[in-house]
Design a protein around this ligand. Structure first.
Ligand SMILES: *Cc1c(COP(=O)(O)O)cnc(C)c1O
Length: 397
């Protein structure tokens, strides 16, 4: 068997691997508490599900235009105008099979072999792999906890070469929960405009934001940066619709046209039924989002507070998404039953095997001294889970 160089260069998603192992253990009767989830634990709101059922009943079950139905594009334009102060025409919008798919289309439309794409770490696991799939090179730039894991304009500038094609930004961030402030985005936008580098801005967690922080779309900061930005968003996280697979992109007409063309020869249209459900999500009552945010916020406060009380763990406050990214560096020189815990991967294995707690090691996101815990799970599970973590860590010496 001989697989392509590209296929061999990519690694499977480590987050999915951990959740799969935890599910397997659960199935065999082990009471695993999982902090691994990358999706909201709430049901898709009833009106949205109804819109999907209605689409089936009405026979809206055939091919749609490859780049999505016009009604949904119009709703997305309206959303960009109201939420982000951005004016787009429908020809500047692409509807895809999830934000992940929009992201892939964007990277595929922009990058050639030999191009470089700057990715601040900690990063979402998919970014470097998608860049590698196009033959381009991910340039990982480390950010620091002291700066809330945010890339500075100076760091951005230092890493630009004649090969740099784009940078991928993600605010609010998975895995750190960091949110860029307007002035920070302005600084990054200035560097991008000066160098003519595209910004691929993944804003999938825009609605899951806390403590009065405001989400800013980098494209809204001026015409020059708008012409260089592809904004990626979707309904998966805000409306608990991960299984429906609807995401979208907005950007310059020529880039969106290229992305649509790529999509037309790979998946064709996103599912007709899901497009009508997404239309209801975006145009319908938004109370469901506020309720979800309120519950996430309650858990966020609890989990940050508890983690900071555990010996050897410190955790900065995340302002968005539904993850915490605690620093576990001081545990990594310790021993469990005589064996050295040499990295966060080993620590996550000990947590899973000995305490039946599933977490994702920071190494999956390019930051090995950390763990990622998702609080998209019940407060009761969070309480019990943290009790278990506290107890097992007391046994480290
Ligand atoms: C979940 C997630 C996505 C993908 O969302 P889909 O629309 O379900 O494909 C994209 N980016 C980040 C950072 C995510 O966490």
């Amino acid at each position: 068997m001989s697989l392509s160089r590209r296929a061999r260069s990519i690694s499977p998603s480590p987050t999915l691997a951990i959740t799969a192992k935890a599910k397997e253990m659960k199935k065999s009767g082990i009471p695993v508490i999982s902090f691994g989830a990358g999706e909201p634990d709430f049901d898709t709101p009833a009106e949205i599900k109804m819109a999907g059922s209605k689409a089936i009943k009405c026979g809206f079950t055939k091919y749609t235009p490859d780049s999505g139905i016009i009604e949904l594009k119009e709703a997305v334009c309206q959303k960009f105008k109201e939420d982000n102060g951005l004016d787009y025409e429908t020809s500047e919008i692409l509807i895809s099979c999830g934000a992940k798919h929009s992201l892939f289309n964007a990277i595929f439309a922009l990058c050639d072999e030999g191009d470089e794409v700057i990715i601040p770490s900690p990063y979402w696991v998919t970014y470097p792999e998608q860049v590698k799939m196009t033959g381009a090179r991910p340039v990982i730039v480390e950010t620091f906890e002291g700066n809330d894991f945010k890339l500075t304009p100076a760091q951005f500038k230092e890493n630009i070469t004649s090969h740099t094609k784009a940078i991928i930004l993600n605010s609010p961030s998975n895995p750190t929960g960091s949110v860029y402030e307007p002035n920070e985005l302005e600084g990054l936008a200035r560097v991008a405009v000066e160098a003519g580098v595209y910004i691929i801005s993944d804003e999938i967690y825009e609605k899951l934001i806390y403590d009065g922080k405001r989400h800013i779309s980098v494209a809204s900061l001026g015409k020059e940066i708008k012409d260089l930005t592809i904004t990626i968003n979707g309904v998966s996280k805000a409306y608990s619709m991960t299984g429906w697979r609807i995401g979208y992109a907005a950007g310059p007409k020529d880039v969106i046209r290229a992305m649509s063309s790529i999509q037309s020869h790979t998946t064709s249209n996103p599912t007709s039924i899901s497009q009508l459900a997404a239309l209801e999500a975006i145009k319908g009552r938004q109370e469901c989002v506020a309720e979800m945010v309120k519950e996430f916020n309650r858990r966020r406060k609890y989990i940050v507070d508890r983690l900071n009380k555990i010996r050897g763990i410190s955790c900065i406050t995340p302002y968005g998404a539904f993850y915490v990214f605690p620093n576990v560096e001081s545990l990594l020189s310790m021993r469990f039953k005589g064996e050295e815990i040499k990295d966060s991967f080993r620590l996550s294995q000990v947590l899973l095997n000995e305490a039946h707690i599933a977490v994702v090691p920071g190494s999956a996101f390019g930051a090995s001294n950390y763990l990622r815990l998702s609080y998209a799970t019940s407060l009761e599970d969070i309480e019990n889970g943290l009790d278990r973590i506290e107890k097992i860590l007391e046994k480290l010496e």
